[in-house]
Design a protein around this ligand. Structure first.
Ligand SMILES: Cc1cc2nc3c(=O)[nH]c(=O)nc-3n(C[C@H](O)[C@H](O)[C@H](O)COP(=O)(O)OP(=O)(O)OC[C@H]3O[C@@H](n4cnc5c(N)ncnc54)[C@H](O)[C@@H]3O)c2cc1C
Length: 319
């Protein structure tokens, strides 16, 4: 289930169901979205209680398939944003971060083209297309692994560590050493020699554990324990947040002491890390960009993209 609560009191909510999940609901799926919604609330009483007083602000909708992927993200004089190009699942909330990264890239591409043809050339569009293709694959692989892992909570929590390791490492690195080339760094560990291959390897291991049937009954607890241990070791070179620590009981607050302790993972000395800490809270001087980007008024406004999720999203599976 996703549940996005907005400032105006409206909550966007819905369920994403696997084919097996739909089948388990009997004929509810054939009786329309409202019936499906009430069936789901009845199945999960705590969610039912939370939504007991909720009233739809628009007709509920049910989509048999939410995933899509196009063959290209760019062509002559056009480029797609990630969500138009490919969507797998809202799990891990990759959508807006990925979208904003693409906006940054497009901004840079237009800026570089400003003095010539005024539109990005074929080579730049090709680079953008390649980046989005690799990143769509990476998200797909991460989500596929997570759906396999859903059979058992410990497996799912371990798979989530891969996501959190990749994004915490990227985000801290970006904040403490901002530079424009960051926009072209791969999303979710793409291009990172340590992280990139882990997504596929993790999916393969999970599929072996669940025998591809995603069912808890087929699991061996020894295999699950081995997966959890493998994941902790695999992410260790990028684990700046103290993830995959059983003593944390799946709760990971920001731990600056630990970050300082692990300065070496970010290629920094302890002293340099200490000096950089204010940047993590947005307290460093703004990076300077060439004046052309401001003159054109083309800088990305993050609030625009965030605001869009509040609108009706036609791709919502049931909500
Ligand atoms: C169920 C669900 C839950 C999600 N949860 C999260 C989350 O928790 N966190 C997160 O980061 N991301 C989430 N996402 C992803 C996020 O919604 C998208 O990544 C983001 O909205 C993409 O922004 P966008 O501006 O590229 O596209 P959109 O937000 O899709 O905006 C495109 C707009 O263009 C309009 N449009 C389309 N065609 C035309 C046309 N021909 N003429 C005029 N207008 C047109 C559409 O109506 C739409 O308003 C979720 C997505 C879904 C489906």
């Amino acid at each position: 289930m996703y549940s996005l609560r907005f400032d105006d009191g409206v909550t966007s909510a819905g369920f994403l169901l696997t084919p097996r999940g739909v089948a388990s609901l009997g004929d509810a799926a054939t009786h329309g979205a409202e019936r499906l919604w009430t069936t789901m609330l009845a199945r999960y009483p705590t969610i039912g209680a939370a939504f007991a007083d909720a009233r739809p602000t628009m007709p509920m909708a049910w989509l048999p398939r939410i995933q899509h992927r196009l063959t290209r993200a760019t062509g002559a004089r056009w480029a797609l944003l990630p969500h138009a190009y490919a969507f797998v699942d809202p799990l891990f909330s990759t959508g807006i971060a990925w979208g904003l990264r693409a906006v940054e890239r497009l901004g840079l591409m237009f800026e570089e083209a400003a003095s010539g043809a005024r539109v990005p050339d074929a080579a730049r569009l090709e680079r953008y297309d390649r980046a989005l293709a690799a990143e769509a694959d990476q998200i797909d692989t991460l989500v596929a692994g997570a759906y396999e892992a859903m059979a058992e909570f410990e497996l799912f929590a371990a798979q989530a560590m891969l996501y959190f390791a990749a994004v915490s490492f990227a985000e801290v690195g970006q904040r403490i050493a901002p530079d424009e080339s960051v926009a072209w760094r791969g999303f979710l560990g793409v291009g990172d020699p340590v992280l990139e291959p882990l997504f596929g390897e993790s999916l393969q291991r999970l599929t072996e554990i669940t025998r591809g049937c995603g069912r808890a009954t087929a699991l061996s607890s020894e295999e699950s324990r081995a997966f959890v241990a493998w994941m902790a070791a695999a992410i260790a070179p990028r684990n700046i947040a103290g993830l995959a620590d059983p003593a944390r009981h799946n709760l990971y607050p920001v731990d600056l002491d630990l970050l300082v302790e692990r300065h070496g993972l970010l290629g920094m000395t302890r002293e340099r890390m200490m000096e950089s800490l204010p940047a993590l809270r947005g307290m460093s001087p703004e990076p300077s960009f060439p004046s052309t980007s401001r003159a054109s008024g083309g800088s990305a406004d993050p609030s625009t993209a965030l605001g869009m999720t509040a609108g009706a999203d036609p791709s919502t599976a049931l909500g």
